[in-house]
Design a protein around this ligand. Structure first.
Ligand SMILES: *Cc1c(COP(=O)(O)O)cnc(C)c1O
Length: 387
């Protein structure tokens, strides 16, 4: 039997009838949009992620775009982010008219380098063309970025900080979630993410009631929220009073129902992913570059990403052995045509080198020890044969 890269069916089987009942309940209720499960899920997610406010939304991409809109980030503004990430991290800047500024990552964790971030902000300020407004740190492959250092840099320069935790939701650093340091944490519920639904979805976690209200308005076409209409009276439904330019970024009620079920086993799944990661490290640490987690950090292991100079050879060998692999990411964002015009102060040598050597192995909470041993044995035999 081929080894799956991720195994959503094993998870579905574990959740069983209650999951299907929860979906059917929404179908029968008719409350397909903003049904009661939405608020229930937002509350449950906030409890899990230790955030006072949660806004569910249409995708992880829109979860990044909404806070930029709420802060009024636009033309002439700079938002700093890594280039070694999924395109969505950088895509939301042009979507609001702003410019991404790409910053290099640390060689051991693949996450934003705080010293290079500081230097890049200083360089953009000195040049005087763009106004620095925010930083987006990414919890790449599931592990937390260096938030204490990154938030200190952001504060020093007066910038907002977003934790793009699409791959890392549930990760912690010294026992705290990224929102402890960031102004906003965003995540994605794309099915393959550690906490995924059965379609598209996302969330914005935040700490300020007024800011959250603004997101509530922006999520549904800039509709009037409580603070907009206080002390005013209307002849019409205030729902059709549009106070600002927003968008449509609602998450489906069915997805909230699915996520409420998945959240009940999420902590257990994170523990299981860490068992798998520890076994990989023990079995492979001496033959390939095994991933390192920041000190005090707990990864949710969206990916188990190793490094090897002979990537193509190893991928081919594993394919023959029935072991699927993937490369995240073969082309750094700043090297993609449409992003090549944006600033890269100081260059991104680490990012460019990593793009040549990284490859990800099967990783999910239901990977059996037998299947994992097969992966480990196949890698060991290749490395032994080819030096
Ligand atoms: C998946 C992902 C996103 C985008 O999420 P979608 O729900 O697919 O829009 C953003 N940032 C990172 C780092 C991601 O991995």
């Amino acid at each position: 039997m081929p080894i799956p890269f991720i195994d959503l069916q094993a998870q579905r089987a574990r959740l069983g009838q209650p999951l299907e009942d929860a979906i059917l309940k929404v179908v029968r209720s008719g409350a397909y949009i903003m049904g009661p499960e939405i608020a229930q899920f937002e509350k449950a997610l906030g409890e899990f992620g230790e955030a006072p406010f949660v806004l569910s939304c249409g995708s992880g991409t829109e979860a990044l775009q909404l806070p930029l809109m709420a802060w009024g980030v636009g033309p002439g503004d700079a938002v700093f982010c890594p280039s070694f990430t999924f395109a969505a991290t950088a895509e939301v800047m042009p979507l609001v008219g702003a410019s991404p500024v790409f910053v290099d990552v640390l060689p051991d964790t693949f996450n934003l380098d705080p010293a290079k971030l500081d230097a890049a902000i200083a360089a953009v300020k000195a040049e005087g063309k763009l106004t620095p407004k925010a930083v987006i740190a990414v919890d790449l492959f599931g592990q937390p970025a260096d938030y204490p250092a990154i938030s200190a840099v952001a504060k020093k320069h007066g910038l907002k900080l977003i934790a793009d935790s699409a791959q890392g939701f549930g990760c912690t650093l010294h026992g705290r979630h990224p929102i402890h340091w960031a102004d906003v944490t965003t995540t994605s519920f794309f099915p393959a993410k550690p906490l995924g639904c059965y379609g598209d979805g996302g969330a914005v976690l935040s700490k300020d009631a007024g800011f959250h209200d603004l997101l509530v308005s922006l999520r549904v076409h800039g509709q009037a929220v409580k603070s907009d209409i206080e002390g005013r009276t209307f002849d019409h439904d205030p729902k059709y009073l549009n106070m600002r330019i927003g968008m449509n970024s609602r998450m489906d009620t069915i997805q909230a129902a699915v996520l409420l079920q998945k959240l009940t086993i999420f902590a257990d799944e994170i523990a299981a992913r860490n068992v798998v990661a520890d076994r990989y490290a023990a079995g492979l640490g001496d033959v390939v570059g095994a991933p390192k987690v920041i000190e005090g950090g707990v990864s949710v292991w969206a990916q188990y990403t190793i490094e090897t100079k002979d990537r193509d050879g190893l991928i081919g060998h594993l394919r023959e052995a029935g072991v699927p692999t993937a490369v995240y990411y073969p082309i750094p964002i700043h090297k993609q045509g449409v992003y090549s015009g944006y600033p890269t102060p100081g260059g991104l040598p680490v990012t460019e080198a990593k793009a040549e050597t990284v490859m990800s192995l099967p990783m999910h909470p239901y990977l059996t020890t037998d299947a994992q041993d097969q992966v480990i044995a196949a890698i060991r035999s290749y490395v032994k044969r080819n030096g």
